[in-house]
Design a protein around this ligand. Structure first.
Ligand code: ZN
Length: 183
């Protein structure tokens, strides 16, 4: 089932999400729906708060990205903890399904080590770099209530303000289902 993506201005995007346990109801269905929703909107990552569910879960599929490591970068991250971020900072133009039509360069560290559970509750500790690390950092931020536009300079944010206010008011052309804040 394709779910509406919560738009910039929705309070759930600003909340710190809660950890879950293996008893969490209908987790498999939720994850399936998140993948369907992400593919429908051509995303490469989606965090649960973006569909209005404030839990520590995000999914990624960057398999189509050229030269990404690992080659098949499709994973589910439950209760993730970034244990370390290291390596040279680099800039990349990011976007977000919750903030359509807005892109900006964001500086992030190049590598990270993350501890997490997969959908079968197996625990992993893995190190990622390059685009894979970038996608994880962006999605992990969503669990902390942080958006990529918080990480850009004040000048650029000022330039984007009108467009972002427009999104909050539902004034944006988007070809996937979104849920805008109540007016
Ligand atoms: Zn995002």
């Amino acid at each position: 089932m394709i779910l509406p993506i919560y738009a910039y201005g929705q309070p759930v995007l600003r909340k710190k999400a809660a950890s879950i346990d293996a008893e969490y109801p209908q987790l498999k269905a939720l994850i399936d729906n998140m993948f369907e929703t992400m593919y429908d909107s051509n995303g490469i990552g989606l965090a649960a708060p973006q569909i209005g569910v404030s839990i520590r879960l995000f999914i990624v599929d960057g398999s189509e990205i050229e030269n990404i490591k690992p080659k098949k970068f499709k994973e589910v991250f439950i209760n993730p903890i970034i244990e370390d971020e290291f390596g040279t900072e680099w800039e990349f133009e990011e976007g977000c399904l919750s903030i359509p039509d807005v892109r900006a360069h964001v500086k992030r560290k190049g590598e990270l080590t993350i501890r997490y559970f997969d959908q079968n509750w197996n625990e992993h500790v893995k190190t990622f770099n390059g685009m894979a690390a970038r996608i994880i950092q962006h999605e992990y931020d969503h669990l902390e209530g942080i958006l990529f536009t918080d990480r850009i300079g004040p000048l650029k944010r000022n330039m984007l303000k009108r467009r972002m206010d427009g999104i909050t008011q539902g004034r944006v052309n988007v070809d996937y289902k979104m849920k805008f804040p109540k007016k």
